[in-house]
Design a protein around this ligand. Sequence first.
Ligand code: BG6
Ligand code: MG
Length: 217
Amino acid sequence: MKIKACLFDLDGVVVDTARYHYLAWKKIADDLGFSFSEHDNERLKGVSRMESLDILLEIGKIKIDIKTKEELAATKNSLYVSYIQKMTPDEILPGVIRFLDELHNNGILIALGSASKNAMSILDKINITQKFDAVIDGTKVSKAKPDPEVFLKGAIELGIYPHDCLVFEDAQAGIDAARNGGMHCIGIGQSENLKNAEFVIPGFAKMTLDQLKSWYS
Ligand code: BG6
Ligand code: MG
């Protein structure tokens, strides 16, 4: 098989924190007096905190100064952090641990590639840090997805060429980042939200190495 490393997004791929991000942004929108739907939220997935706020404010047609923006981003993050404080390993999405172990046992390297500055704290809460050979998160990158920086740094840390890497992503920005980096990519979720993924799966419950081999040999 040509795949030598798998890189996983975190929010919405390993855990359902995409839901917590949505709830926290929705509270900000409610307080500002406009509605923010799950459909709107697709645009924020994979995008950095401040860029997410810019998109949110554009949806609400609201213009504010930078200081107020920083306060809103901090308020959103406090709310989000309060949700993730309560996380436990039970919240790891079905099949993830089994699939990570199957990859590891077959010599495939594993990295995390997340835009989140809270990634390390989530990995710690769900007790999964040791499953990753490299972790690149929002504290280590300067360019947000769809820029490929987060995944390219992961590939460099693993010592694997981008064309031998496969990214798992639930966000359009993340799929674009993987493809912009010359990597293979599988979307997690529904294909109408995930253009340019090579394959789309609903989650890892039925994902196996044999399936990967049949797609990428
Ligand atoms: C990504 C999420 O993983 O991280 C985005 O998909 C989020 O929704 C981004 O905005 C940044 O996260 P954080 O935790 O640094 O605000
Ligand atoms: Mg995600």
